[in-house]
Design a protein around this ligand. Structure first.
Ligand code: IPD
Length: 268
């Protein structure tokens, strides 16, 4: 990467340090799978410990910044113009089940604009980074969004509502529409990596409802800096508000229409 800001250097160092702990925890989990309560408690402790470590590491070098984090919520700092948005383990359910697809996600906002991003999968050692205006990168490789223009050649990723959350009827209608028109739909279970995969051109698009800002903040910048288009599911700019659609400029309007029509039909 040609330009790495001091903030991004700090963020990648914190993610690597937290990643080493998560790898140890992930290994330990194998010994705990026998009891149901064991792994769930263990993972929630790992989640909190990772979050604390990330906040401590980042606070040490950026003491005044505000934080929005999954477990502790908003941690106000005197500097209201900078905010870290952090998910210590995105893909917690994968982690709990021993599936090596989860990530540490750290986004940095300056005056409400996402400016730096890190999504790190410690198992595969894939470090996705982006800097506003300087591109998105996977390790040392520049990321570019896929160039496909036809839905019937495209793979989309999504998230499936679970445990009674979300609007199942709307999701089923959307899925039906995507199944009928695309080359396939995937559900990998970590929103930050879904967005990173869109940035890397692996998925042609990704949509989901019911998300939190920490799931997507870093991934949003990855997609933008890889040349992608990202909106909420109304086509608007509220991308941290819980619903998201990411793709390239050709497919985005097609997918948006598909999903809008499907949601409308589910409600009528
Ligand atoms: C979850 C993952 C998952 C998405 C869920 C999120 P978490 O985040 O990103 O892919 O479908 O909506 O809550 O809970 O593992 O940090």
């Amino acid at each position: 990467m040609k330009y790495i800001s001091p903030a991004l250097t700090v963020m990648t160092a914190a993610a690597r340090k937290a990643g080493r702990g998560l790898i140890r925890d992930f290994g330990e989990l194998e010994n705990l799978q026998v009891s149901m309560k064991g792994p769930a408690d263990f993972v929630s402790t790992a989640d909190k410990r990772t979050e604390n470590l990330l906040v401590e590491e980042l606070k040490r070098v950026r003491p005044g910044y505000t934080f929005l984090v999954e477990e502790a919520g908003i941690v106000e700092g005197p500097d209201k113009t900078h905010r870290f948005i952090i998910d210590p383990i995105d893909g917690t359910t994968n982690f709990l089940h021993g599936i090596p697809h989860f990530a540490i996600s750290i986004g940095l906002e300056r005056e409400g604009q996402l400016v730096s991003a890190v999504v790190f999968n410690p198992v595969t050692d894939e470090m996705y980074v982006a800097e506003k205006g300087a591109g998105a990168w996977l390790n040392d490789k520049r990321l570019r969004i896929a160039a496909r223009r036809k839905l019937n050649e495209s793979i989309l990723a999504t998230g499936i509502p679970f445990l009674g959350h979300g609007d199942t009827a709307v999701f089923v209608a959307e899925l039906n529409a995507a199944m009928a028109t695309t080359a396939g739909v995937r559900r990998f279970g970590a929103a930050s990596l879904d967005l990173a995969y869109v940035a890397a051109g692996r998925f042609d698009g990704y949509w989901e409802r019911g998300l939190s800002a920490w799931d997507v903040a870093a991934g949003i910048l990855l997609v933008r800096e890889a040349g992608g288009v990202i909106t909420d599911l109304g086509g608007g700019a509220d991308v941290l508000g819980g619903q998201i659609l990411a793709s390239n400029e050709y497919l985005h309007p097609q997918i948006l229409k598909l999903l809008k029509d499907a949601a409308k039909s589910a409600k009528s």
